[in-house]
Design a protein. Structure first.
Length: 578
């Protein structure tokens, strides 16, 4: 029931939130954790923890991220991102204490096999309704995820559980596990997500290589491997575009690959500037455009926003610096050092979870699983099962257990407050956008004021709520209010070219022309072809009687004589009269 609620959660929030999957799911998981810890306190339960070394690393990484509020541009997003990180040790503790017997392990795995089946069936229903099977049409398949690639990433993680069932269950559930495994695998191939193909390949290699080295019925292993090879061969014959998606070397020449390489190069500059501690949790999105986005068409011309660099490794380093990255590396080394001897001795439970967590690590180089609550929960389940089967848990004394549970409950209470405020913020942002569509100025200002809080300042597209309010105050010709909200938006996102253009215009209208000129120059450095900034610069120079500079800005716009005829005629007449 817990996983079912987690899966269906977005269906109940699509009409009242900007992004229906993350904040509602975050709040649901916080409530789930809170319920467990309250129950354990009332029972005076002694709890089991991961190894001290591992727990200390997870705690240190959380503390670094929460402290980054002090140096981040958007403290609201830094707090929220930090509390998402806090869910990992919470979930680890819950599953380590919940799964005490083999029967409980099996019940959890069966639940996840059922969830996998539901995801697959819903996705296949969407496939039936596709207009065709061209690659672009596949984005219409997202099941209960927000995006095709996120669905594929989640299905990849779920694949571990029917594989577990196929090896360890008997009779009916073994048959069900095998059926769901094939169903999931075929769906993953159909979705053509390159990062998941890499993760699958890496996971498969680890699994089969390690299986070969330990005692196992090699006839079954060879039969299984041969079946997969034949299946792949048939798929490549009847579905040749799959081969292109498996070709990693074509990635840099593809449109998406080329775009991401440019984003990664700007992220490297960001890391170079903030090497030690990063720019703060959840704040990559407000900093990376500092190095210019004119060469990224989707951002500069199509106005598509990026909230992450599509590479969790770079994301972690850019936001938490080398200090945060060191915590992650030490955790990876610890897991490998403890898992390898157990795998070598023939423990297939550990091999399954280790190989899939390794595959997740590979996928994270090209995607962003760390952002998604579903991925955090599922990775935590696998991590807990890995630690449990490695027999690494430690038992706390009753008094220490009580103290730790109280501290965790206080932090979870804080997390629930954050979740509620962000849910409220998204609700009023939806209303704000609806009022903006109707040109209801007062409605935009009213809902914007209600949306903003210390825990919510920008919508999920990285747009400051103050920017929407700026549109309203501009329509009302309230210059002072326009300047105030434009400056607030600028303080939150000083490298967003739209924010800079609006702030420059507000400064010019209130007579701060020199400051406006510098702001607009910065805007055009970041995005040299942003038309509103070029127009605002032309207006500023016209009002400053620099008519030659004004016409130079106007000429940078394609078809400026037609699109901005009024501006052109006014500037041209001044030039001729001089």
């Amino acid at each position: 029931m817990t996983f079912l609620f987690l899966m269906l959660c977005p269906l109940f929030f699509r009409s009242c939130t900007v992004e229906a999957s993350n904040v509602p799911r975050f709040l649901l998981v916080v409530i789930f954790c809170f319920t467990f810890f309250i129950k354990w306190i009332s029972q005076r339960r002694v709890i089991y923890l991961p190894p001290v070394y591992l727990f200390t690393l997870l705690g240190g990484y959380y503390l670094l991220n929460i402290l980054s509020v002090c140096w981040s541009l958007n403290s609201a997003d830094a707090i929220y991102e930090s509390q998402k990180i806090f869910l990992v040790p919470c979930l680890l503790v819950i599953f380590l204490n919940w799964l005490q017997t083999k029967e409980e392990d099996y019940l959890l795995v069966k639940s996840l096999i059922a969830i996998t089946f539901i995801y697959c069936i819903y996705a296949f229903v969407e496939i039936v309704h596709l207009p065709d099977f061209k690659f672009e049409s596949l984005y219409g398949v997202n099941s209960f995820a927000e995006h095709k690639n996120l669905l594929a990433s989640f299905l990849f993680l779920l694949l571990a559980f029917p594989l577990y069932g196929l090896i360890y269950f008997k009779t009916l559930w073994r048959f069900v596990s095998g059926f769901v495994l094939i169903l999931n695998f075929l769906l993953l191939l159909f979705l053509q997500t390159r990062s998941v193909y890499l993760a699958l390949t890496f996971t498969g290699l680890i699994f089969f290589i390690c299986s070969w080295k330990v005692k196992f019925d090699r006839r079954k292993l060879i039969s299984g491997l041969a079946a997969f090879v034949i299946l792949f061969g048939l798929l490549f014959v009847f579905y040749p575009t799959l081969l292109q998606r498996f070709n990693v070397f074509s990635y840099s020449t593809s449109a998406s690959g080329n775009e991401r390489l440019k984003i990664w190069s700007k992220t490297f500059y960001l890391i170079k500037e903030n090497t030690l501690q990063g720019v703060g949790a959840g704040n990559w999105q407000y900093n990376f455009s500092k190095f210019g986005i004119g060469d990224i068409i989707n951002i500069s011309q199509n106005e598509i926003s990026f909230q992450r660099p599509h590479n969790d490794l770079l994301w972690i380093i850019s936001e938490s610096g080398l200090i945060g990255f060191a915590f992650i590396i030490l955790i990876i080394i610890f897991v490998f050092a403890k898992s390898y001897p157990a795998i070598k001795s023939g423990n297939y439970k550990i091999l399954i979870f280790f190989s899939f967590l390794s595959g997740l690590l590979v996928e994270s180089f090209f995607s962003f699983p760390k952002e998604r609550i579903t991925h955090i929960v599922l990775a935590s389940v696998m991590f807990a099962l890995l630690i449990k089967n490695l027999d690494l848990t430690i038992k706390l004394p009753q008094k220490s257990s009580a103290k730790l549970l109280v501290i965790v409950l206080l932090i979870l209470t804080f997390s629930s407050v954050i979740g509620l405020y962000r849910l409220k913020g998204e609700y009023f942002t939806v209303l704000l956008l609806q009022e903006k569509e109707k040109n209801n100025i007062e409605g935009v200002i009213g809902n914007g004021t209600k949306a903003i809080s210390v825990f919510y300042k920008c919508d999920p597209t990285s747009t400051p709520i103050y920017s929407y309010m700026g549109w309203a105050y501009n329509a009302l010709h309230e210059k002072d209010s326009l300047l105030y909200v434009s400056k607030e938006a600028y303080n939150l996102s000083p490298y967003d070219y739209e924010v800079l253009s609006n702030y420059g215009s507000a400064l010019e209208r209130t007579g701060n022309r020199e400051e406006a000129r510098e702001i607009l120059k910065e805007c055009l450095r970041i995005n040299p072809l942003y038309e509103p900034a070029l127009i605002n610069s032309a207006v500023l120079e016209y009002n400053s009687r620099n008519y030659r500079q004004a016409i130079d800005y106007l000429k940078l716009i394609l078809d400026y004589e037609i699109k901005y005829k009024t501006y052109f005629d006014k500037i041209n007449s001044k030039l001729q009269s001089n």
